[in-house]
Structure formats: C-alpha cells, structure tokens
Design a protein around this ligand. Sequence first.
Ligand SMILES: Cc1ncc(COP(=O)(O)O)c(C=O)c1O
Length: 487
Amino acid sequence: MRFLKNPEISDYNDYGTITLIGNALETKKKYAIKTLTKLEADLMKSFSDLYQQRTPLSKNFIERSKRVMPGGISHNVHYFPPYPFFIKAAKGSKIWDVDGNEYIDLWMGHYTHILGHHPQVIIDAIEQQVKEGFHWGIVFEKQVEWAELIQQLVPSAEMVRFCCSGTEATMYAVRLARAYTGKKIILKIAGGWHGPNPDLSVGIKMPYEREESLGLFPELIQYTKTIPFNDIQETLQTIHQNRLDLAGIILEPVVGEGGFFPPAKDYLTMLRSETARLGALLIFDEVISGFRVALGGAQERFGMIPDLTTLGKVAGGGFPVGVLVGKREILERTSPERKGKKWEKILIGGGTFSSHPFSASAGLAMLHYLCDYEDEVYPLLESRGVKIRKDLQEVFDKEGVNAVVTGIGSLFQTHFPFERSVALDSPNAINQRTDIEKREVEFRLRMLNHGVHVMHGGGGLSISHSDEDIKKIIEAAREVAREMAQT
Ligand SMILES: Cc1ncc(COP(=O)(O)O)c(C=O)c1O
C-alpha cells in the first residue's frame, strides 16, 4: 500500500487556471441555438474549406466508412464535422494522417499515452508477450504482478479486479455500492461522464433532467441523480434528500468532461465525511486521473481515500483495460469462493478478455516505468502543464479572444465563454456558459490547420512533448487566436 503524500486539496486559484474577470455573470444563453450571420458562415467555411483541402483522402475514407458504420465511427468522440481525419502513423508526440499531414498530438490515444505514442518500453513488453502467448482465458502470473503493483501504488487499492474498459469498471462500481450497502441511490456529478453504461447514463449533457438516450429505463433517474461539482451547499442538500437510500457517490476528483477542474477546498472532504456518516460508498472514477495527476492518482494528490476507485487508460499501457479497486472488505464480497445463493452474492467479473495478456504486460511495463522514473515524470508533466496553460491564456488575452484555459497537471482544455466575466469551476458552468461548438469545431479545425491536434480545446501532455513542441503549440494558438479575433 502506497502512503499518501502531499495532501493538496486546493481552491481553484491555486492552480492559476481559472480566470475571473470581474463578477460572475449569469448567462441567459443556457439553451441558446446559435444562428450564424453570413459573415460568420463565410469565415466558418474558410477554415473548414482549408481543412478539407488538406484532407481529401480522409474524406474518401469517411465516405467509405459511413457506408458500413453509423457516422463512420465506433466512439462518438471520434467524430467531428465536417469529418475526422484518418490516422496513418504515430510516434512520440506526433501523428500523421493518411494525407501526409503532421500534427503534434494532444489527445494521445484518449489520454492513454503518458509516455508518448509507441514508447519502446511498451513495444518490448508486447514483443515479449507475443512470444509467450496472447490469450488463454486462464489465470497467469503477470496478472498477479500487475494487480500487486496497482495495490502498491493506488492508496485505496486494498484489492483489485480487472475488466476490459472504464465503462465496465464504473458499471461494476455502482453495482457493488448498491449490493454492499443494500441501498439504491447513486449520486453523480451533473455533466460527468463514466462511460455509457445504463446506470450512469444520466445527467451527462444538458438539459440534465432529460433522458440521455432512447432505450434507457425511465426509472433510471429515480435511482441515479446528479449533484453539482464544487457546490457544497447544493450537494449537501441533495445528499440530505436521499440520505435514507443512498448507496454511493461517484465522481471524477478531477472532472474530465468540462475543464479538468480540481475539486474546491472542502468539497471532497464533505463528500468523504457525508458518505461515511450515512453508510454509503465514495467512488472515485480515476479512469483519466489515475497514474496521471500523480503516480497514485488524484486520491494521492488530494490526500483523500475513497472506498472504491475505477481505473483505465494509463493502467493498460495503451491496451484495453478497466480496473475496479477498493477496500478489501468490500471487494472480498465479490469472490466466487463465497458461499450462498446467487441472489445473496455479488456478480462482478465477466469479460472474455478481462486482464488480457497484452494489457497485463503493457500495463505492467507502463506502471513499472512510471514507478522507476516517478521523480522525473511527474515534475516534468506538472511544469509543462503549468507552462502551456499560462502561455495559452496569455496568447488569448493578448490577442483579445475571450477564452479561458483550465486544467491540472498535464491536463488542460480551452473554453470560449459567451460573456466576459464568468467563473468556470464545473462541467455545469462550461455547458451553460461557454460556446462548446466554437471549441469543438472552429478551434479544433483551426488548430489542425496549424498542425496541432486538440480535443476539447486541449488534451493531455506526455513526457514526449518537448519544449519545442510546446512552443509550436503556443505559436499555432497565437495564429488561431489572431484569426478568431478577426471574426
Ligand atoms: C472518467 C471516465 N470514466 C469512464 C470512462 C469510460 O472508459 P472506457 O472508454 O475505457 O470505457 C471514461 C472514458 O473516457 C472516462 O473518461
């Protein structure tokens, strides 16, 4: 078990990432539908046209792809208009598309490649694994080593269970919370994303009170409810209203879908003490923040131990993974050795490819590397993250573009508020007060035209992003800010 170090729950301004220009204004543009002026439409056309001129082969691929896959993609986040570029190769901080365009990548395999694309240490592990075998559906030693290392690194990981994705891990986490406590209600952050499993497909996009999709049981919202991130009073009120049947609270301690906001001072402390007081479980979804904002994840960084934690992404070294970890007493309840009728036991543990040998060997190699070089990796990611947020903010301020750069550690995003004076401290604030389309379409395409691949206006830095790369990203953003300022 790894000890917590540097407990560091902070208020946002400690991170220097939230810009408050005067008093916060309530925006009236909550659900405003944007109609483009002719000038805006022409300008939109020009950067979209340039993107299309640079990516004709990708256009052919997407047309072919759409004939066989809805929208041409297999994860909605892979799609953006007019169409996504198709990748051909990747190495370190760079990717190349099928048309030969080079980009500095900030998406990094959906926040997975903390060492950059195709690091040698992972290639070696996989080459070795190919020789040893690649799927047995039988337990093997590396799986145990991988679990032991996670147990050693993640403060809450007294026991470990592997699955194939973060979605599965969060699905199991809420099932376990309900089964262990014998209660039904799960609270999640409004705007929070934990994968598309039905239990947590509530309150992701605005308006939160509407169902996220056809095909979900309407009763779902009776048992999975939302709380506003960083709002202690409102959250306390919802906890109080649901106190008699509260099974657990799940949240990303650093919220990905909207800003990578760190928790406000006392927010996590309040959640920890309220769940403990009511006999409910506190679940941290560290699928993104695990092994990234610190070796032991956000729980180590903020000095707060949840009952259960879900992990993914970095944990698998670039291969499919989900991990559910937590208190021994709770996870033991899922053991197949337990006696009893099936309805007295907890079913956690399917997945033909759970703990696949490639994921185990790549994950083990990744975690060993991060462990061995912890003192170099995390300070480097931290300092580059601080620099990129600061420099980007300066560029937007200087060029007169109303943008706010948020984030923590190596993670960052850029937002375009409708008004000048807004406080951005939650997914709620981002969804209500910023122009998401401007970020997802205009800023993304303009940055791509300048050779930088951003996601949600930013991404996750890796140790392969050099000072030179950061400089190029800032220069690209400067050009883009100038273009945007002209509009
Ligand atoms: C915080 C969080 N939880 C869960 C998931 C789902 O993980 P996966 O895509 O591996 O199913 C994601 C995916 O991006 C995530 O960001």
